[in-house]
Design a protein around this ligand. Structure first.
Ligand code: SAJ
Length: 424
């Protein structure tokens, strides 16, 4: 099959490479010539385990080529960003999807399949995409086939999940669904779930909204427990022993381009009916400020003005800082007048070593759960003015004996009276 994938980001690139690896002739399209040149030379621009090796396999098979212009194909996959609009409910901005469709429009021929993978608001396929394609003189379901097949893979585990996760295929008509299912049949080993386009749109959005809402509950619990001086993490651990309870983990807030974005697409499409989702977004958005408030309370009790952030990415073991609460916390602490130093071995724009970032610091705040932070060596903490770690991700397993360690379980003790601890 000849496949053109428009958008070579975190989803489009791995998808394009897998199609190529499984024997299809794939053209990957993106606007940046630097990026496409690098890809053709076997170099990737994002951190994702296994991706670079798969790219090199696809290139060796002569099945993948990156280009800045789309070429004619049997199937087109659109995987471009759909950010929030700057309007009241942060609705879904389909401008990139529309321009990607515009770029393939002159190439379309009878019997082609067009698949939108980008996350879109409910009814976008029927109300926006279908009219655009039919403007070209086609009748969807008869001489051209249109489906929404949302991606559901977890960054950090994309290459495995693309193949093994169940895949929702939401066609405009049944025949559209069948045509799109045949495309994914090339490499998907998980269940192929056949659906209508609108069901596929809303189901994808609700998966992320479900998670956002549950994390909001955990974050709210962290605040409640801290106020009541009860260990939130023990509460979560115990409650989760109930067979039907799965409390999520509190953290510094919810980031990334999915959970912090997608619920608004549902909210904007149906604001009157979605008060719970709106509240969950507010709770999660309040977490960076909550972290900053607690940092201030600890720092008020210590000498020095330097705070060290461990991790800038929105979650662990990736290099993605989009919508990252850590970046927001960094900015807020800087505005508060602290000297903020950052250590993130996954982020190129954070060049300090652990030792350098800890020099003269009074507090480490762990904001991403990178494996590198499981142990905080004494070579770091020995450099500190006072060795305190506030671990918002509850992920650090080893710190030196002299180090004061706080997480959402015991934060109330440390913010109340950090002086009770002995400092080296
Ligand atoms: N987080 C918490 N507590 C938790 C779990 C996560 O605070 O208990 C935070 C993370 O630190 C991060 C944010 O939530 O800031 C989101 O991380 P994540 O690992 O939950 O998810 P993403 O955004 O990397 O990927 C999600 C996934 N969706 C679901 O799990 C329902 C993924 O499967 C989707 O493909 C992806 O969104 C997407 O592209 O939509």
């Amino acid at each position: 099959m000849k496949i053109t994938v428009v958008g070579l980001g975190y989803i489009g690139l791995p998808t394009a490479i897998l199609f190529a690896k499984y024997g299809n002739k794939v053209t990957g399209v993106d606007l940046s010539p630097v990026m496409t040149d690098n890809l053709n030379a076997g170099r990737i621009h994002i951190e994702e385990p296994g991706l670079e090796a798969d790219l090199q396999d696809a290139l060796a098979l002569n099945n993948f080529h990156a280009s800045t212009t789309p070429v004619s194909a049997d199937a087109y996959i659109i995987a471009v960003p759909t950010p929030n609009k700057n309007d009241e409910y942060k609705s879904c901005d389909t401008a990139y999807v529309e321009s990607a469709l515009g770029s393939i429009a002159p190439l379309l021929k009878e019997n082609d399949t067009i698949i939108v993978e980008s996350t879109i608001a409910p009814r976008t396929m029927a109300d926006v995409v279908q009219p655009l394609i039919e403007k070209q003189g086609f009748t969807v379901g008869q001489d051209i086939f249109l489906a929404h097949c949302p991606e559901r893979v977890l960054p950090g585990n994309i290459m495995h999940e693309l193949i093994h996760n169940p895949r929702i295929i939401g066609g405009i008509t049944e025949q559209c669904t069948e045509k799109a299912a045949a495309v994914y049949g090339e490499f998907v080993e998980g269940e192929i779930i056949k659906a209508q386009a609108g069901e596929a749109e809303l189901s994808k959005l609700m998966e992320n909204t479900y998670r956002d809402l549950n994390i909001a509950l955990a974050n709210e619990l962290a605040k409640i427990s801290n106020y009541l001086e009860i260990d939130a993490l023990r509460v979560i651990e115990m409650a989760n022993k109930h067979p039907r309870v799965n409390l999520h983990q509190p953290g510094p807030g919810v980031g990334g381009h999915c959970l912090a974005v997608d619920p608004y697409f549902v909210i904007a499409a149906s604001p009157e009916q979605s008060p719970l989702m709106q509240t969950a977004r507010k709770v999660n958005n309040s977490m960076p400020e909550y972290v900053v408030e607690n940092v201030k309370q600890i720092m008020e009790q210590r000498d020095g003005n330097t705070v060290t952030l461990f991790g800038l990415t929105y979650k662990g073991n990736i290099d993605d800082i989009r919508e990252s609460p850590a970046m927001e916390i960094k900015e807020m602490l800087t505005k508060e007048g602290f000297d903020v130093k950052s250590f993130d071995p996954h982020v190129v724009s954070a060049p300090l070593t652990g030792e350098e970032a800890c020099e003269d610091s009074s507090l480490i705040v762990v904001l991403s759960d990178h494996d590198e932070f499981r142990t905080i060596p004494t070579t770091y903490t020995d450099k500190m003015r006072s060795a305190i770690v506030f671990d918002t991700k509850n992920m650090v397993q080893n710190v030196g004996e002299q180090v004061v360690y706080a997480n959402y379980g015991n934060l109330h003790e440390i913010t109340k009276d950090v002086a009770q601890y002995q400092f080296n």
